[in-house]
Design a protein. Structure first.
Lengths: 196, 196
C-alpha cells in the first residue's frame, strides 16, 4: 500500500523528467572505510523484476565495493531537476559479482550486463578506476564482442529500501515511508505526512 | 597551486552551467546517528570570503545538525548536468548557529542570512521540519521584515575540504586533489591524474 505510493511517485517523476538524460542519475552515499561519508553519482538501472529493489551497475574495483563489504547501508539522494522532487532512499545493498554462489543472482547479473549498452560494457575493460593514470594519452575505446558475457569487473548492486523520504518543492509536500516487518515477516509501509 | 586548480575547475563549471537553476544544488552526505549514511540536496551559498570553504545554509532543527554534532565529516557530490562534470568534496563541517561563542562566526552567519532571499529566510519560521504535519492544509507563506536579523533556526554550515575528486565525463579525465599540511601548518594540495 505505502510501497505502491512511493514507487508510484517515483515512476511518475521518472516519466515527467524522462526528456532529461540526467534524470536517471542519483547520488549514492556509503560509509567510507575510514568512517567518513562517501558520495558519488550512479545510474538507476531499473527495479529488480517485480520488487521495490533498485539496480545499479558498478565496477568491482571501485572504492564503494570495499566500503559496502564493511557496511552494507546506503542512502540514495535523487533530485529531479524539472519536477523539483527529491527522493531519499535508505536501505542495504547486496553485492552481486561474478563469484556469487547463488545461480539466480548470477543470472540477474548477466541480465543487467546485456541490458546495458556496448559502450557501457566496454568501460569494465579499462584500467583500474581510481588508480594513478600511467598513460598520459586518452585511452582508446576498447571494442567488445556483443555476445561476450559479464567480465570479472562487472558487478550488480541491489539496494533494498527500508525508508523513503519524498519532498516536492513545487507544492511543499513531504512524505516519509517506513518499512514495517511483522513477526510473520509480512512487509508493509507506514506513510506519514511531515513538515517540509 | 592544487587548490587553485580544483577551485578554478569548479568556478568554470559554475559558469558553464549558470543558466540552470539547479546548478547550485549539491548532495551532502553525512553519517546518521544510527551509523547509516544520510544524503540530501543542499544549496551552495558561495565560498567563505577568500577561502576554499563551502557555505551552506540550513535549519538547526534538521537531522543533519544532530548528525554533524556526532560526526563532523561530510562528502558533497556535485554533478553538473550540462558540462557532465562531477566534484566529490570531502571535508569536515563547522556548525555556526546563534549560540556560537565566536563573534566573527556570528557575523558570518548574519552575512549569510541577509545574502539569502526573503522567501528563503521566511522558511526558517515554518513548523519543525521532519516532524509530522499537524495541519492538513498547505502552510501560508509567513511574511518577514527585511531588516529582521537571523532567527534561532537559521544556521550556517562551513565545509572545509581536505580532498576533491574531479571527473569530466565528456573527455574522461579524472583528477584527485589531496590536502597536505606540513609540520609548520603550511597547506598545499597534491594533485594526481587517475583512471576514470
Amino acid at each position: 500500500m505505502g510501497s505502491v505510493a512511493w514507487k508510484q511517485l517515483l515512476l511518475n517523476a521518472l516519466e515527467t523528467n524522462n526528456h532529461l538524460k540526467h534524470s536517471s542519475y542519483m547520488q549514492l552515499a556509503t560509509i567510507g572505510t575510514n568512517g567518513t561519508p562517501s558520495n558519488r553519482t550512479v545510474v538507476f538501472r531499473g527495479f529488480q523484476d517485480n520488487t521495490d529493489n533498485f539496480q545499479i551497475n558498478t565496477d568491482t574495483r571501485t572504492r564503494k565495493i570495499e566500503e559496502l563489504k564493511v557496511c552494507s547501508s546506503a542512502e540514495i539522494c535523487w533530485y529531479f531537476t524539472d519536477s523539483w522532487e527529491q527522493f531519499r532512499i535508505n536501505g542495504s545493498i547486496d553485492i552481486i559479482d561474478g563469484l556469487n554462489p547463488d545461480p539466480l543472482k548470477l543470472q540477474q547479473r548477466e541480465k543487467s550486463w546485456f541490458a546495458s549498452s556496448l559502450r557501457s560494457r566496454s568501460q569494465y575493460l579499462r584500467p583500474n578506476p581510481g588508480l594513478p593514470c600511467l598513460n598520459e594519452q586518452a585511452q582508446p575505446d576498447i571494442s567488445l564482442d556483443p555476445s561476450t558475457g559479464p567480465v570479472d569487473a562487472f558487478c550488480l548492486l541491489i539496494l533494498e529500501p527500508n525508508q523513503v523520504d519524498y519532498v516536492n518543492l513545487k507544492n511543499n509536500q513531504r512524505l516519509t515511508f517506513k518499512l514495517s516487518v511483522s513477526e510473520a515477516e509480512n512487509k508493509s509501509w507506514i506513510v506519514t505526512r511531515v513538515n517540509p
